[in-house]
Design a binder for this molecule. Structure first.
Ligand SMILES: Nc1ncnc2c1ncn2[C@@H]1O[C@H](COP(=O)(O)OP(=O)(O)OP(=O)(O)O)[C@@H](O)[C@H]1O
Length: 302
């Protein structure tokens, strides 16, 4: 199939939010066609097939790439488009949708998200930062939202290993299981070249504000300030951790003296036996190096 530069590519994750993505995808394609756009709709049986199909469609030329899915799909879009002039659109249909949330795209109203997308297509795209992450000397990949390298990453790894239950309760169950064995970990952090060793419960690196479906770990992060917000939560008893944890949903945990946020352009993180996640996707074991690239991404957002 050919795509004229005026055309738009829509990549759909049919399995997003445990199957919601398929219906949302059809709705998006139909609405964009009704609005007069030439749409190349891509939905494949596997993630790898979708990556290949999307790459091919981008090679043929497009005026925008719209991802229908959750943060994992946005992460794919960012990895395909960072550094290019093609804008990334998002119609959220995932579980967490934290990138869309931070960009101000409607989350639970597909018609409203489509209206925002169509409106954004009439204006120059918004320019935001993206972050590059990789093992020292290894290949790098992009993320837009938050990199988790503490207790939250441990919960994510645990939830991914579970086959049951479906939906968000999987994360709740994983959270409860990991809370039972909660302990601080020793970290080596290098922020803009300044090294420190610290014990911490949570270390997150935010380009955006939230992860896990609205947990505002780095509530003051700005998508266009050329900086990363690095959250460090000092060792806490299980009880103290449980008291602070609900406050993360409102971002009010920052007032606790055991919680600090540092700002940096480059961050290296190391801690033994930890696997990091970014945009909800598994990145890999620490050590990792993160670097913000100002203005790397164009997005179709309010
Ligand atoms: N057919 C498919 N097409 C695309 N992705 C797929 C497919 N099947 C499974 N996936 C998986 O879906 C993941 C991305 O999911 P996505 O982020 O879109 O939704 P989610 O996980 O429900 O939401 P969120 O990431 O916001 O919590 C990919 O990592 C990929 O492995």
């Amino acid at each position: 199939m050919t795509t004229t530069p005026r055309g738009i590519v829509v990549a759909i994750n049919p399995s997003a939010a445990f199957g919601r993505g398929s219906a949302v995808g059809a709705q998006v394609v139909s609405a964009l066609r009704t609005a007069g756009l030439e749409v190349t709709a891509l939905s494949e049986p596997s993630f790898d097939a979708l990556v290949a199909a999307t790459r091919h469609a981008l090679d043929l030329g497009t005026s925008a790439l719209v991802m229908v899915g959750g943060d994992g799909m946005v992460n794919l879009g960012a990895n395909l488009l960072a550094g290019s002039s093609i804008p990334l659109g998002i119609v959220p249909s995932g579980t967490g949708n934290d990138t869309a949330r931070g960009l101000g795209i409607p989350l639970d109203d597909t018609d409203a998200a489509i209206a925002v997308l169509l409106d954004a297509l009439t204006r120059p795209p918004r320019v935001i930062d993206a972050a590059r992450v990789g093992a020292p000397g290894g290949p790098q990949r992009w993320f837009v939202g938050v990199l988790a390298a503490g207790f939250d990453a441990v919960v994510n790894e645990r939830a991914n290993l579970m086959r049951w239950p479906r939906g968000r309760s999987r994360y709740t169950l994983a959270l409860l299981r990991e809370l039972a064995v909660l302990r601080p970990r020793r970290y080596r952090l290098v922020l803009d070249g300044v090294e420190s060793q610290t014990d911490a419960m949570l270390v997150s690196v935010g380009n955006n504000t939230s992860l896990g479906g609205g947990m505002l770990v780095t509530p003051n992060a700005l998508l266009d300030d050329g900086l990363l917000d690095v959250l460090v939560v000092q060792p806490l008893s299980r009880l103290a951790f449980l008291r602070i944890f609900p406050r993360v949903f409102k971002g009010t945990h920052l007032t606790d003296p055991r919680v600090a946020v540092h700002r940096a352009r480059t961050v290296s993180i190391d801690s033994e036996g930890l696997v990091a996640y970014a945009d909800g996707e598994r990145i890999g074991p620490l050590p990792l190096e993160v670097e913000v690239v100002p203005g790397a991404l164009r997005v179709l957002a309010p």
